[in-house]
Design a protein. Sequence first.
Length: 128
Amino acid sequence: MARVAQPVAQGPGVDPSAGGGAGSVACCAPLVREPLRAEDAAALARTLKAIADPARLRLLSMVAAHEGGEACVCDLTEPLGLSQPTVSHHLKVLVQAGLLMRDKRGVWAYYALVPGALDALAGVLTTG
């Protein structure tokens, strides 16, 4: 099955070579090594804002823990207790942040973690 990654966090301050692969959310060296440039801070803030919502954190966890590492939006609405349009909106935000990728199959969309995205984010926040 082919997965097509939707637009992810790319542009000013986002460095695809920073350990997470193309479209990585990693933008910079760990915060304790050197001060963030303004562009890097803006890119990192967009990603952190995307996961600063309890429903989105749950969605990341639910997708990652789902059988096969991917989940259909139809499998996420009931356990989350939100309507399908609301869940779809939250998933779109996570895709735009570069944390999830979307694969459209028929009328349903399936979501999976972008490989290395969470590790890249954790790497920026590490103190080691």
